[in-house]
Design a protein around this ligand. Structure first.
Ligand SMILES: [Zn+2]
Length: 359
């Protein structure tokens, strides 16, 4: 999730970032996360999820680590971006914002370089008067604290990394550091831990193999130099080569299943593409009392994927997202009474419509 936000911020020329702008409009960075400039509602979908996670409690650690670095003023909007260190200027000085003659302007367009030093030149549609004059003074005292740099470009600094550049590794380390004390994490002794998950043993064993990368997926077979006949394609999408990461996490069709299951539990998330962080993130989607349920659901999903994959290869099975999601729900329902999971909902119809997590 953080990676998407970061790349969206720093690389405006990425194709997907352009597509996001074309369909959702322009965004600015605030201390509350990414926010839309025009305030209109966003289209539902992947990007909306990313944005809402970055704005919610879950995104706090990310917001704490992103800092605007002022350079030549080319990138940030003077009134709308969170660059001043105090807040969005359009919100701090709404009256001045109203009489500005350059409400959408970049910082760069609000002044000039005079003999090597920056001089503000804020334009007004009419002269400020009365209390507005005082506000202009306060505004200037805020923005004068920030230095523009003619030879540097505007950008963002990722405070968690010493070089200021975001990497998934540093984000993950920051996140795990924050979560380590309070949340469920899979530890070194994985098999013991996973075998305690409230699901049938064959299911938890498969989940463990997924996490350990020990399932005979095609990439693993090739690594073990087992001869493969026919194409190496993923049998679910028939587009990409099969690997543990692809089959269980990044295959577009499988992603849909995860999304649907998460939605059913009333959660929102975008996930890691590696098994272990994916499992950990999933286990921590809810409150502490939900861990038992969430870990069982995770195991159930990967087990159903593996079963379906084998059916497709060996028994000419066919793919249907709806059928898979229905199967997952039914299985969990079965286990939840057998394993006495923390599920208060005793009516299957209601359960099928929405898993009632406590969090
Ligand atoms: Zn696939």
């Amino acid at each position: 999730m953080t990676k998407w936000i970061w790349r969206f911020l720093v690389d405006k020329n990425l194709l997907w970032a352009k597509v996001v702008r074309a369909s959702h409009g322009e965004f600015v960075w605030e201390n509350s996360g990414l926010s839309k400039v025009d305030g209109k509602r966003m289209q539902p979908g992947w990007w909306k999820n990313v944005v809402s996670i970055c704005r919610g409690d879950e995104g706090k650690w990310m917001r704490d680590n992103v800092e605007v670095v002022l350079g030549d003023g080319e990138l940030f909007s003077f009134w709308n971006d969170w660059w001043s260190g105090e807040g969005k200027l359009s919100e701090l000085f709404p009256r001045l914002f109203r009489i500005s003659d350059n409400r959408a302007g970049r910082i760069k367009s609000m002044g000039n370089w005079v003999e090597g030093s920056w001089t503000w030149n804020l334009g007004w549609s009419r002269e400020p008067r009365g209390r507005e004059l005082q506000q202009v003074q306060s505004l200037l005292s805020i923005i004068n604290r920030r230095d523009l740099r003619v030879d540097n470009r505007d950008g963002w600094c990722w405070k968690a990394a010493t070089n200021g550049v975001f990497s998934v590794k540093s984000a993950y380390e920051t996140l795990s550091r924050e979560r380590r004390q309070r949340n469920y994490q899979i530890k070194e002794d994985e098999l013991t831990q996973i075998s305690k998950i409230k699901a049938p043993a064959k299911v938890t064993l498969t989940a463990w193999k997924v996490i350990k990368g020990r399932l005979p997926t095609i990439d693993n077979l090739i690594r073990r130099q087992v001869a493969i006949q026919g194409p190496n394609l993923c049998v679910i999408c028939n587009e990409w080569e099969e690997s543990v990461e692809h089959l269980f996490f990044s295959c577009a069709k499988i992603e849909e299943v995860w999304k649907e299951v998460i939605l059913w539990m009333g959660k929102q998330a975008v996930f890691h593409l590696k098994a272990k962080p994916h499992f950990n993130a999933f286990a921590n989607l809810g409150k502490k009392e939900d861990v038992k349920f969430l870990t069982a659901v995770w195991c159930c999903v990967v087990w159903c994927i593996w079963k379906k994959r084998n059916e497709c290869i060996f028994k000419q099975g066919s793919w249907s997202k709806e059928r898979m999601v229905a199967e997952i729900k039914t299985r969990i329902w079965g286990w939840s009474s057998a394993f006495n999971l923390n599920q208060p909902n005793a009516d299957f119809r209601r359960w099928n419509a929405a898993a009632q997590l406590q969090g």
